[in-house]
Design a protein around this ligand. Structure first.
Ligand code: HEC
Length: 133
């Protein structure tokens, strides 16, 4: 009897866990990881470390952590000119990759929560849409 009760409880909790909607941040990060692997990894590398003096790091980047709007802006419109990341000045350029606003939100949620970065405040498509040239 006890065993039956236990199995009923575990089966119901499994069902409940499956019905429960996924965490929106987790879902966005999972989509963002694919975008990162397709569009960003070649320069910023799989571990987000970049290449010193050529491609700035995303892992523990003070720029990314402190300049949320500017980071979205450069993903949307590209960047050309000097930028200082963790004390090193990079004077390169990164083209806009033609990502949609929701894709930029997803990749931002991924890179700001990887490699020791943390950001609990989810970037949304609406927030990206509001950032103008
Ligand atoms: C062709 C190489 C290249 C690709 C691909 C690329 N980047 Fe960059 N990225 C750069 C360079 C170079 C800079 C610095 C630009 C400058 O010096 O003005 C940069 C700067 C950045 C910065 C701001 C600085 C920092 O390190 O925090 C972020 C954030 C960023 N890239 C994210 C991304 C994301 C996300 C993708 C994919 C959607 C991506 N990049 C794809 C080369 C690249």
């Amino acid at each position: 009897m006890k065993l039956l009760l236990l199995s009923i409880i575990s089966v119901t909790s499994l069902i409940i866990m499956n019905i429960k909607p996924q965490d929106p941040m987790q879902e966005s990060m999972a989509r963002g990881e694919e975008i990162y692997n397709d569009f960003c990894l070649t320069c910023h590398l799989p571990n987000g470390a970049g290449v010193k003096d050529v491609y700035p790091p995303l892992a523990k980047s003070d720029y990314l952590a402190e300049n949320r709007k500017a980071s979205i802006h450069l993903l949307k419109y590209g960047i050309d000119g000097p930028i200082k990341v963790n004390g090193v000045t990079y004077n390169g350029s990164m083209p806009a990759m033609g990502l949609d606003d929701d894709e930029i939100a997803d990749v931002m949620n991924y890179i700001t929560n990887q490699w020791g970065n943390t950001n609990k405040n989810r970037v949304t498509e609406k927030e990206v849409a509001a950032i103008k040239k």
